[in-house]
Design a protein around this ligand. Structure first.
Ligand code: SER
Length: 874
């Protein structure tokens, strides 16, 4: 049997022989395309090449790409696990032609590889082709039919419409008709009964698409019209797991050798053999095996689980796996992280990033699992309480299910499952409505309508960034468009040349102005969209033509570049102090401050922080000049000691920033101080945790740090003046604290005496009702603690007694009910229940234990009524 590793290699070798350049997979997490969170197709990394904005390094390329389809146009998350052939994360084998070969070769080579190369039976294969679309004004793809007819009989070439056979990456962008290859893997006898052609595109688990050949020739615009691209391209994508399923002759993608390790692990752990497990157990096993891959690759490419954006998607996938394992495989402690070891064995040759980051990925996953299991526990407790409070209702309120979902991360099917176990249902309609409302809120908060680019000086050249060397230059507007977000309308402008730095590598985008004669546009931000540098401006240029002077705000840039340099020095100082396991995990460099996230597994101790701060300041004093190297071949840069960051896409030529070749060498596209002395001074503001194994330092430099020191000194001066002491400040504060302690002791003694006095008085006021003693009184105490102490004191000195006290604390009524020990044991009276009735009189609520309960309220006049009510209750 061919192994999956061998099959992957054979694919790449085949196209290598057809003179394709084999390139590495792009990171699975997308950083500079606002229309995409994760790589969802092999072609993502070539979007600019298709649009004619960037020249490819080679016109023929092939690779295996890590893909994740859990958001946006291509989202398979909910299906995954329930059927036997969908995945969130999968590998896509692809070959590309950029303006080189087209349909003829693409189809012929696909056929050759599948049948001769991989030995798939030709009569099990079907090709679908684009049947045309009247709305887009497109004809049937006869060219594809022609090419296929060299290999397939007419009845196995099947036309489909736009939904199936016109491929688009998202709402806009490169697209074109496609031709999919489907395979019928059913046993011979089933094939005789039902013609495979009738099962194509009908979600049959054994008649599945394996390869999609897309003929990219259009760009879908925002108004949904199609624009011809300057050249025609081929983009093919073959689902690796499905191909292996076909070659290894398996029923499901989850049955291929790639998952053998994980199945064996789960068997050992749970005693379940996948093949013999129940349906729902099989679903759970598939969910676990699929999701762990998605999560592991995303984390290895820099996406840590979090509460927003892409991080939230990853967190949800991880929780889905964790909770399927919890409910159906009965694994109640963290275990997913252990699967990473098995993945490393499987992928070390193709995706080395996973091997290099194994420890880090495992720690993050383990800590996420722990966190989620804790939530599961507290959510389950809440669920039990809910059941107690609603003993009779058959339906669990939608709002409660939503609370579990929203606050405790409970997937709704988990709540449904728990409800079923106690023979109840969940009000799904109510839940759905709340979910919709929440979605709507976030949609309207982030909804952005982007118009089409309007060309002013059309060009196929990408804008040039000249901002390393100049902050001002004269240029022309290449194109602009309108962006509507919330209630604001803004405009985006692309210049032919620009001094504006677009946000990337943690450094914020430049701000400044664009001037043309009397007209000034304010540049509010600069962002990257793939390779485009996009300036966000406040208004539409009245006459976009002509020459514009682009000027970056020099003061903002100066502060930002100083902070960027400080970040590099800090990085080096961290490695020097804490060790070389420290690696950058993220950063934010603005004109105000800098933030640096790095891998380190414990708190950075105060002495270490002081040392780090000191080292950075020494480097500042050493006045180290900047050495900047542009267009360095990546290998040479690494040879200089520069470290590549995981999840970053580097070209063949990179920029290297050096501050002392023996100290700080980094691959960096950011702007920098010319000399470390520009930083003037460096001050760490805080150190804390971002995620398991990731720490964050925030710091200030130059004017920001100076300002910080001034403020601190001013505060200290003010405190000194208030203390009116001749002693040094810290001694004066110590004296004050001593005095405070002393006074507190005295106060406690006075209070104790008062409580003793009160207790005596109250004991004398005890009356008898219905066979028990009752003490009820509104008392004068100054805190809820005093009231509690008094109640407990009374309890100790009485028997067969109910004590109900009221008090006004900060003008708010407070009630307490306590039972003497013997009375509590009899269980005739329950303090918790009693307080709920009494609290109504003061318009409040409360609770507690059976023998002691308290309640706060709003209506102070009600205190007396509450006390009178007690007599009634007895
Ligand atoms: N872009 C196509 C797909 O993702 C082919 O690679 O299916």
């Amino acid at each position: 049997m061919k192994s999956s590793k061998g099959i992957r290699k054979q694919f790449l070798d085949f196209f290598r022989q057809k003179t394709h350049e084999i390139v590495p997979s792009a990171p699975i997490v997308v950083k500079d395309d606002p229309s995409l969170m994760f790589t969802n197709a092999g072609m993502n990394q070539f979007k600019d090449v298709f649009l004619g904005l960037k020249s490819p390094t080679s016109t023929r390329v092939a690779d295996t790409q890590k893909c994740l389809r859990v958001s946006g146009k291509h989202n398979d998350l909910e299906e995954v696990g329930h059927d036997t052939y969908h995945h969130t994360m999968f590998e896509m084998l692809g070959n590309w032609s950029f303006g080189d070969y087209y349909k003829k070769e693409a189809i012929a080579w696909a056929w050759e590889l599948l049948t001769e190369g991989f030995g798939l039976e030709p009569d099990r294969l079907y090709a679908t082709i684009f049947g045309g679309d009247p709305t887009d004004g497109l004809e049937k793809d006869d060219e594809a039919v022609n090419e296929w007819s060299n290999f397939l009989p007419e009845e196995r070439i099947l036309p489909y419409g736009r939904k199936d056979n016109f491929w688009e990456m998202g709402d806009t962008g490169p697209c074109g008709p496609c031709s999919e290859i489907h395979i019928d893997l059913r046993p011979e006898k089933d094939r005789k009964k039902v013609d495979g052609a009738t099962l194509v595109n009908s979600d049959h688990p054994q008649v599945v698409e394996i390869w999609n050949l897309v003929f990219i020739q259009f760009n879908r615009k925002a108004d949904s019209s199609l624009e011809e691209l300057p050249a025609k391209h081929v983009d093919t994508g073959m689902g690796f797991e499905r191909l292996v399923m076909a070659i290894q002759n398996r029923q499901s993608t989850y049955d291929i050798d790639l998952f053998d390790h994980m199945k064996a692990y789960l068997k050992e752990r749970t005693g379940l053999t996948y093949e013999k497990a129940s349906d729902i157990e099989q679903v759970a096993i598939r969910v676990v095996m699929d999701h762990i891959r998605a999560v592991a690759f995303a984390i290895a490419d820099g996406q840590i689980p979090s509460n927003t954006g892409a991080g939230y998607v990853i967190r949800r996938i991880l929780r889905r796996a964790s909770r399927y394992a919890f409910s159906y495989l009965h694994i109640h402690e963290p275990f997913l992280f252990e699967l990473i070891d098995l993945m490393v064995d499987e992928y070390q040759e193709v995706f080395p990033e996973l091997v290099q980051q194994k420890d880090f990925v495992q720690r993050i996953i383990q800590s996420e699992e722990k966190g989620f299991l804790r939530k599961l526990e507290s959510g389950t407790q809440l669920f039990q309480e809910y059941l107690k409070e609603h003993p009779k209702e058959k339906t669990i309120e939608g709002a409660f299910a939503f609370k579990l979902y929203d606050t405790f991360g409970f997937p709704i099917d988990l709540t449904e499952l728990m409800a079923r176990e106690v023979k109840k249902k969940v009000d799904m309609e109510g839940f759905q409505q709340l979910l919709e409302e929440q979605k709507e809120r976030s949609r309207s908060a982030t909804a952005v309508q982007t118009g089409d680019w309007v060309a002013v000086n059309p060009s196929s050249d990408l804008p040039r960034f000249l901002g390393y060397d100049m902050l001002e230059l004269d240029t022309r507007i290449q194109q602009y468009r309108t962006v509507k977000a919330k209630k604001k309308t803004l405009y985006q402008i692309v210049l032919e040349e620009t001094p504006f730095y677009a946000e990337s590598g943690g450094q914020v985008g430049d701000r400044g102005t664009l001037k043309n004669g009397a007209e000034t546009l304010r540049v509010l931000d600069t962002q990257k969209e793939n390779e485009l540098i996009v300036h966000l401006v406040d208004k539409l240029p009245s006459s976009p033509g002509g020459t514009w002077t682009a000027q970056v705000d020099p003061s903002l840039r100066r502060k930002t570049r100083i902070n960027h340099t400080a970040t590099h020095i800090l990085h080096a100082a961290l490695r020097e102090t804490l060790g070389t396991h420290v690696e950058q995990r993220g950063s934010l460099v603005s004109e105000k401050s800098l933030r640096f996230d790095f891998s380190h597994f414990s708190r950075v101790e105060p002495e270490e922080l002081t040392r780090i701060e000191q080292i950075v300041n020494e480097r500042i004093t050493a006045a180290i000049p900047l050495q900047e190297y542009r267009e360095v071949p990546i290998d040479k840069a690494k040879g200089m000691g520069a470290m590549a960051l995981f999840g970053e896409k580097y070209g063949d030529l990179v920029r290297v920033i050096v501050f002392d070749p023996d100290y700080s060498v980094e691959l960096c596209g950011g702007t920098h101080a010319r000399n470390t002395s520009e930083i003037q001074v460096f001050k760490i503001l805080s150190e804390g945790s971002v995620a398991a194994g990731v720490r964050r330092i925030e710091a200030l430099t130059a004017d920001g740090a100076l300002h910080f020191f001034q403020e601190k000194v001013a505060t200290l001066d003010r405190i000194g003046a208030q203390l009116k002491s001749n002693k040094p400040l810290d001694e004066a504060v110590e004296d004050l604290l001593e005095k405070h302690k002393e006074l507190e002791k005295q106060l406690q003694a006075v209070n104790a005496e008062k409580v003793g006095q009160l207790k005596k008085e109250l004991l004398e006021k005890s009356t008898k009702h219905n066979g028990i003693h009752l003490i009820k009184e509104v008392v004068l105490v100054s805190s809820s603690d005093d009231l509690k102490q008094l109640s407990y004191e009374l309890r100790k000195s009485t028997s067969n007694t109910l004590i109900v006290l009221g008090a006004l604390i900060n003008d708010k009524p407070l009630l307490s009910v306590i039972l003497s020990n013997d009375l509590a044991e009899k269980k005739t009276y329950n303090a918790g229940q009693m307080i709920r009735t009494l609290a109504k009189e003061i318009q409040g609520g409360g609770g507690g234990q059976d023998f002691y309960a308290t309640a706060g309220g709003k209506k102070k006049e009600g205190l007396k009524d509450a006390l009178d009510k007690v007599v009634e209750l007895i």
